[in-house]
Ligand binder design. Structure first.
Ligand SMILES: Nc1ncnc2c1ncn2[C@@H]1O[C@H](COP(=O)(O)OP(=O)(O)O)[C@@H](O)[C@H]1O
Ligand SMILES: [Mg+2]
Length: 412
């Protein structure tokens, strides 16, 4: 069918043509905003889930909602080892200018600007983000060099200015697992202090599933500050089907139920895979309704696209030894595995395999769902490893095949 009309939207953060299965999170977000607007405190949210389940898309929805309610919104997609101080300065400055344009600054807003300047000078001595803040620093606030304290001073000042201007401030942080422990701790401390003062400053985040544990390690009271809703596959009986049917129907195209069954089963309801499949089958199917045969025949195209893009960009970042570790996990199956068991599969002790596992966590390919366990951050990564790296040999090849030695990783 006409590719120019293709509604499907595969891609990181691409807005899906039908956003399905996220009503609960969107409802919680509405409640959060409304409660904060009315001076009540409310647990904020950090959405967790594997790659491609729709976390970034959901943050975008949150941002649009907050903007529609006239909140000051600032976004940050955290990158590994991103310089924290300068980034926070930029975000806070952006928030401040949304709280009130400079021509309408009151004493409270000016005080926040002065603390921001102190913070900026402290954490970004040679930076240019103070541009436009032609204001004196406020000695004794935001300038101790102690990150948690100074960020708290800054957030409280922002919150007081925002409250006065009858506006709220929301930080939207994507890939929040890349914050360093002390940065996450500073955020949690600062937000906690705002919550205790009923100030309308909050953070919603999204990240890989290890984030609740990281937050708990940073501050034990983080569970009281945040909920950690986990999002994942769409319900195969309802939402996953709607993700395909609704966008097509809006353009006069129907699917045979068997075609939908096939796609939902193959994709397991993972949002990104559904979009990718929908896109291909739309382009390749000759006419409405899309038939079971159409769905079957594009499967190799979809798989090649996923393998060469989504999966490979991640696999390419690994060394041979790391790849062997991933393959050993894939052989064990898609579910989380004990680190000790994986180590055994590659003929190493847990101590020897530990650094390999750590690097894979660091590279964002694995996470630890519980102590001593490791799991893939990418859905169906096991299937990818089995079909694309079947040549890798582990310690216990099937009877009759010689044991291969694993080449040492020069970086380990
Ligand atoms: N609720 C949803 N329904 C249908 N498709 C979705 C939904 N959420 C996300 N998608 C699609 O999934 C893909 C990945 O979304 P993204 O937000 O980038 O995931 P993540 O941030 O979790 O890696 C995009 O192509 C997007 O259009
Ligand atoms: Mg994302």
């Amino acid at each position: 069918m006409d590719p120019r009309k293709n509604p499907f939207a595969p891609g990181a953060g691409s807005k899906p043509p039908a956003l399905v299965g996220r009503d609960a999170q969107i409802e919680s977000f509405d409640v959060l905003l409304e409660r904060l607007e009315n001076g009540y405190s409310e647990q904020s949210m950090i959405v967790t889930g594997l790659r491609g389940v729709g976390k970034t898309v959901l943050l975008d929805v949150f941002r649009e909602k907050a903007e529609a309610r006239n909140w000051a919104t600032v976004e940050w997609e955290v990158e590994k080892n991103a310089p924290f101080g300068p980034k926070i300065s930029t975000l806070a400055r952006r928030a401040l200018l949304q709280i009130a344009p400079k021509t309408r600054w009151t004493d409270r807003v000016r005080k926040a600007a002065a603390i921001l300047k102190s913070f900026t000078v402290t954490f970004n001595p040679d930076g240019a983000v103070t541009a436009g803040l032609d204001i004196e620093t406020l000695p004794g606030a935001g300038d101790s060099g102690e990150l948690s304290e100074d960020l708290s001073d800054l957030f409280i000042a922002l919150g007081e200015a925002a409250k006065e201007q009858k506006i709220g401030v929301i930080f939207l942080l994507d890939e929040i697992q890349y914050l360093q422990a002390r940065e996450l701790e500073a955020f949690i401390t600062a937000l906690h202090r705002c919550a205790r003062r009923s100030l309308p400053v909050t953070l919603v985040g999204a990240g890989l599933p290890q984030i609740p544990r990281l937050a708990g390690e940073a501050k034990s009271y983080s569970e009281r500050l945040f909920t950690f809703p986990r999002i994942g596959e769409l319900n195969p009986g309802t939402d996953a089907r709607d993700a395909l049917i609704l966008p097509a129907r809006a353009l006069g195209v129907e699917f045979e139920p068997e075609a939908i069954d096939f796609i939902v089963e193959y994709t397991q309801g993972y949002p990104y895979f559904l979009q990718e499949y929908g896109k291909f089958v739309w382009d390749e199917a000759p006419e409405t309704p899309v038939k079971h045969d159409d769905a079957c025949s594009v499967r190799p195209l979809v798989e090649a696209k996923l393998d060469d893009g989504f999966f490979r960009v991640r696999a390419d970042r690994t060394t041979e030894l790391e790849l062997t570790y991933l393959y050993a996990m894939a052989v064990l199956g898609p579910e989380p595995h004990r680190a000790s068991e994986v180590a055994r599969s590659i003929r190493r002790t847990s101590e020897q395999a530990g650094p390999i596992r750590s690097r894979l966590i660091d590279k964002g390919l694995l996470y630890t769902p519980g102590h001593g366990y490791a799991a893939f951050t990418v859905p169906q990564f096991d299937r990818y490893m089995l079909r694309r790296h079947a040549g890798i040999e582990l310690s216990d090849p099937p009877a009759g095949r010689p044991k291969a030695t694993i080449r040492e990783d020069p970086t380990s």
